[in-house]
Design a protein around this ligand. Sequence first.
Ligand code: ATP
Length: 783
Amino acid sequence: MSAHAGGSKVRVFIRTRPTANFAQDLIEYLPDRQTVSIHQEKDSRKGVIDNQLSSWSFHLDGVLHDVSQEEVYASVGREIVLGALEGYNGTVMCFGQTGAGKTYTLTGATESYKQRGIIPRALQEVFKEVEQRSTHTFRVHLSYLEIYNDSLVDLLVTVGGCSGAGPGGMAVVEEAGGRVSIRGLSLHPVHNEEEALSLLFEGEMNRIIGAHALNKHSSRSHCIFTVEIESRSRNLSDANFVTSKLNLVDLAGSERLGKTETEGQVLKEAMYINKSLSFLEQAILAVADRRRDHIPFRQSKLTHALKDSLGGKCNTVLVANIYGEAAHIEETLSTLRFASRMKHVQMDPIVNKHTDPVLQVKKLQNEIQLLKQELALEDTLDTLSETHVAEVQSQVQRFLEGSLDKINIVSIRQIEEVFAQFKQVLQQQEQKVKAQLCQNYTLVEKAQGRAGSPATKRWSPNSTVREVEGPGVGVGVAALSERHIGPQSPCRTKAVKTKHLASQGRKEAEEQCSPGAGKPLEALNPEQRELEHDTNTQDPKGPQEAIGTNSAPPKAEAFEDFKTECGSEINRILNENKTVLLERRTRLHELTENINTVKREIDCTSSALHQWRDRRHSQDQYVSAEGVLVLDEKELSLVLHLRNLKTQYRQQYEDLCCVKAEVSYCQHLVDQCRTRLMTEFESWYNESFLLPEEVQAMLSSGATIRPGLIPVEKALALQEDEQGQCQRYKLLADSPSAISFYSALSRTVQRRNYNKALSQTADQKKSLKSSGRPKLPAVLSVI
Ligand SMILES: Nc1ncnc2c1ncn2[C@@H]1O[C@H](COP(=O)(O)OP(=O)(O)OP(=O)(O)O)[C@@H](O)[C@H]1O
């Protein structure tokens, strides 16, 4: 199994310091090169180990006996180093009795390249791999920590540019994610093997060497040489990178205090060393015991600093250095027990992955750009499938019903389809409403209604004027004698009356529907307004009641009948005259506007001309050298334009006067026709509904009394005062023979009004012609 794969245990090796006195009887390496048996005589165990067994067997990951430094590195270090380059933390730890070869194994003999240890070989391997792995860039940093008497010492503090630990001193700190670092420990970037080795050697020089009886070179401290590696892909779009920490730990030698004559500083060192190694053993035991929740890493600086090397997420290798001589068999046995315990520590190494936020943002931006381009391409090229259209249709339907809060938009094509679906729904809704309306009502197309409407029919001067200007009358009002109103019409009157009597009950119920009934006064035409006024002001005990008839229909209703029956001709002429009047008024309005426009243009041109002349005056350009007035081109243009405008103005004003006279004339005609219509209606109404039975019988028998003038209060009202009306009404009521009289009188009055209107119109035309050019008014008011 690979050293950096997950789910492994700490790998443990035994290395024997070479000796000519190897205790073959006591130390037995089995052929599997993984098992070592210790055989101990009982005497030698006395007072040392309370154990009755005479031999112990330890199965480890490898026995490094009589092997070269190269083989040791290959067995112990290479996988760890390669794992570190992949992002796994790695730890190589040498443990053992003082002088057993820990430093030799880890650092080697600094004076001999061949005997160089794991650290220099690891550094060589790292930079060899860095060179070979061209797809990635690497950054390598080194630090060298010494823990002496539970104090932290930076072995590279002497390197140039190093600022030291600072006021807070050095301390073991845990970063986010459980990573352990040493605050205040200098971290040195290195770019090649040589730089790295220089730092290693610098640190070695700085190690505190304590004098010791057993080995004058024995180190009395723990040393941790750390190689930190950061690896990034050269692909700039890859924001991920890995880091690792390779700890190469040279533990201080374990020693039985009683074995050496230690005292003073050395004794103190030994006590610290043993204490920290004891804590290390406790921590390892706790880590190995999976039931333990708490691992006492903080008991010593050593265990705390090695927390992330022992805590389970790291590739860890332990080299147990032992002596081969029989004299050290007890320490050897102790070392092997430690190694055996260490072997049970479970490790689950993981790659330390990181994401560069800046690169990540860049990468995402690039992805967004690419997606946008893809989307644009898709919108351009793709059309929605039937399934997709159906899905959009369903979404729109649910959205309109309220069961869907929003429609997720994924493309421009989808947006277009959504709009299309909305339009379709709207059209369907319109059709539905129209169909419902058609069920309840009869709809008439607007265009059709307009075409058939008499009100909007275009008036044709050639036809209407000719009809209006009929022979004999000349104003469109036919002589009464030519109308179908006369003695021969009683049957029609009777028919109307009969019709009225038959439908009186129904019409009373439908009073609201009668012409004029219920309508606002402004909505009625002048004839209807007059009738309404009459009806409203009529004394309840009016003519009908005075005469004794109580079956007369409402006047407004009767008036509508009259217009379609006896009064149809005069009503037609009235309408025609109204049409002519309206046309003339429209023409008058247009002319007035045109004249005002021309007048404003005259004013502007005149003003411009004056300004131009003033300017030329001020520049003395207005008079020639000979003293003659000189017009320039622009002035001439303005003068001609002004003259042309004035001509237009006069012509239009003449036309305006003529049209005004025509309007006045037509107004007279309309008034006359209206009066005539009303008068004849009144007569007809009275004759048909209000006269006593005997008078009606007389009329029906062909008497000379002409209907149509009874009563004549309307006709008389044109010229008579109220008192006269009362007298006449009374006379009429007393004596029916007075009808003729009043009829004649009425005719005279009507004729006089008619002639008067004619003469007024003629006078106006005459005055226009005789006065020559009319005086131009300043501004005309628009009618
Ligand atoms: N495998 C070996 N081959 C040759 N020489 C060795 C070997 N192991 C150890 N030595 C020599 O033994 C001496 C002591 O070794 P070393 O200093 O490495 O012991 P140590 O365990 O580190 O001692 P300490 O605990 O005091 O630091 C050194 O001179 C070293 O050269």
